[in-house]
Ligand binder design. Structure first.
Ligand SMILES: Nc1ncnc2c1ncn2[C@@H]1O[C@H](COP(=O)(O)OP(=O)(O)OP(=O)(O)O)[C@@H](O)[C@H]1O
Ligand SMILES: O=C(O)c1ccc[n+]([C@@H]2O[C@H](COP(=O)([O-])O)[C@@H](O)[C@H]2O)c1
Length: 221
């Protein structure tokens, strides 16, 4: 079992991961290298708070999604699948997860890694202001999602919290928002599910371990 040990910061990568894809892995790797993080914890959501409507609820079970996350982390010693949200009932609010992580790793700075689509809804997240008292936000670009689409509340949040350099980021323990270098990984779970449903090839978007698990369990047919 892999456990985080070093003290130069932990990346937190939460997601529905239905399924986990190379966009998740490559963007986490890029941020982890860029910020020199010791570890990245991938945290599959049990009940994703913003995916509760019929057309957005996950297709694979929480256990299956977590198994795929564990498989995807295997080749990367610094990536760890953290299943703590699976044991909590109710919506998997990030603020609860971050409070638990902060209690567990009080000396560590936590870097919550999200995509631009997540930033666009961030001010609708449960107790979002408290989240910034627990961690920094690191935002990855994503095709089709643009900073010009942010609402007024997020604009205000950025005015108060955005920092432009890693040096400034590292001087703070929490509360900063930084944009990662703009590398586009044009992959989404939605597109992968649609491709798999039409029996189209997904080899460039999924690790062979995940593709094998999906095929064995007849997921997304
Ligand atoms: N290609 C990508 N590049 C950068 N970040 C990504 C990418 N895909 C997902 N993310 C980010 O990873 C986190 C988890 O995403 P999620 O599991 O919902 O994947 P998704 O591909 O967006 O899924 P879906 O298409 O089903 O909504 C979110 O913060 C999201 O913004
Ligand atoms: O806490 C919230 O209110 C909240 C609302 C939306 C998303 N999140 C978290 O953001 C991460 C990405 O979410 P998603 O829906 O894009 O997979 C995942 O860890 C979710 O639990 C959290």
């Amino acid at each position: 079992m892999k456990t985080p040990l070093e003290k130069n910061g932990i990346g937190i990568f939460g997601g529905t991961f239905d399924p986990i894809h190379n966009g998740h892995i490559q963007s986490a790797k890029m941020v982890s290298d860029w910020l020199g993080l010791a570890n990245v914890l991938f945290i599959p959501a049990h009940i994703p708070p913003h995916k509760t409507q019929a057309h957005t609820i996950p297709h694979a079970s929480a256990t299956q999604r977590a198994t795929m996350v564990s498989l995807a982390c295997q080749p990367f010693p610094q990536f760890i699948c953290d299943k703590r949200e699976l044991t909590r009932s109710g919506h998997s609010y990030s603020v609860d997860t971050l409070k638990a992580l902060k209690a567990e790793y009080p000396e560590q700075t936590l870097y919550f890694i999200i995509g631009m689509d997540s930033l666009l809804t961030f001010t609708q997240w449960h107790q979002y202001q408290d989240i910034l008292t627990l961690c920094h936000l690191v935002v990855n670009t994503r095709p089709n999602y643009d900073i010009s689409q942010v609402n007024q509340a997020t604009k205000t949040l950025l005015e108060n919290h955005q920092v432009d350099s890693v040096t400034i980021l590292k001087q703070q323990k929490n509360g900063a928002i930084i944009f990662a270098p703009p590398v586009h990984f044009d992959i989404s779970s939605t597109q992968i599910r649609a491709n798999l449903c039409q029996q189209q090839c997904c080899k460039s978007s999924l690790s062979p371990l995940i593709l094998d698990f999906i095929n064995k369990n007849q997921l997304y047919r």
